[in-house]
Write a protein that binds this ligand. Sequence first.
Ligand code: ATP
Ligand code: MG
Length: 256
Amino acid sequence: MTDIPADHPRHDSLVTRHRIEAGVEQGITSKQGLIAQGRGEAFDYLLGERTTESADAAARVAAAHLLRARHPVLSVNGNVAALCPGEIVDLAEAVGADLEVNLFGRTAERVRAIADHLREHGASEVKGLRADARIPDLSHERAKVDSDGIYDADVVLVPLEDGDRAAALGTMGKTEIVIDLNPLSRSAQVAAVPIIDNVVRAVPNIARHARELRGSDADLEDLTAGFDPEAVLAAAERAIRDATGGSERSPDGVQD
Ligand code: ATP
Ligand code: MG
């Protein structure tokens, strides 16, 4: 990997890009994943490559949902595995969740490579290899999940999920937390809790909130009940418009 000077103005973005390239080389990330990364980078640029206040609030609500869940599951795809393997393993530990490999372009080889990669980063158990259950109303390969994993989960975190599968999981009655940089993406729009942020920032941020909430007497139910997903999507769109000089056109001029 090329050395990127720490003072380079696009340091974090370039490091992230190199991790995805390495993921492709290791057989963890698909070529489609490279395209998804490009789309994500564009939105991150517009958001100022920072966690907005509303994304932080959504991350806290996500932590509360995961802590309250009967069976929380974190879904891991090739981009997440390449970008933040240690952080997703740490989040699973912080909230007592299962990790399940769940791929859009599923091959047994890539599922195994990702599971191995997560174990190298400290995961003790990784689901998604059995794939003995199906999400209803999705075509065969994309519907595959573990019966004692995502199929059974009441709360699922699906970072970078594709829109169809996100909608299908929601229809199964699961509380769905989506991390996606694009507030217009269907995945973000069908989520109970959309977090409009980069996974590399959002995943450790949810873990931080979870640990803080666990050590406090905060009412988790209150926190989840008062959440408005539409407001989060609107705040992200506003942040993008303001960053691109559209604030004059915004009637309320609200800053995120
Ligand atoms: P839709 O959700 O509307 O069906 P899609 O999921 O099919 O769209 P993709 O081309 O798969 O669209 O796009 C991948 C999505 O992942 C994009 O919305 C992009 O913003 C998001 N994304 C990519 N990299 C990251 C990242 N590092 N962190 C958060 N989101 C990301
Ligand atoms: Mg999407």
